[in-house]
Design a protein around this ligand. Structure first.
Ligand code: SF4
Length: 99
């Protein structure tokens, strides 16, 4: 199974992916790109967005569904977070780490 993966700890929030392919990307409340949809992965706009990312952090990866967990993409709640490994911008872990 293919899946869009964003290494969102490195996102600079430039907006290129969101501007090119709003079907698949949106901004989080913190201003970083997150995956909006994992459907229609053959879309030309998706490939254009991947190619346009200036820090090359978007990829289409083959994912083993049995290993699909919070470490392969951002999560939406603190409840799934394993704080030791979490580098996402989706929860309060970063602020917890710095406190
Ligand atoms: S194009 Fe890359 S750096 Fe820019 S918002 Fe999207 S993921 Fe972030």
């Amino acid at each position: 199974m293919k899946k869009i993966v964003i290494q969102n700890e490195s996102c600079i929030g430039c907006g290129a992916c969101v501007g090119i392919d709003s079907e698949h990307f949106e901004f989080s409340d913190e201003g970083f790109s997150t995956v909006k949809s994992q459907e229609n992965l053959d879309s030309p706009a998706l490939q254009d967005a991947i190619d346009a990312c200036p820090v090359a952090i978007i990829s289409l990866e083959n994912v083993d569904e049995s290993k699909d967990d919070a470490t392969t993409q951002s999560h939406s709640s603190d409840e799934d977070c394993s704080c030791e490994n979490c580098e996402c911008h989706e929860c309060d872990c970063q602020s917890e780490k710095s406190n």
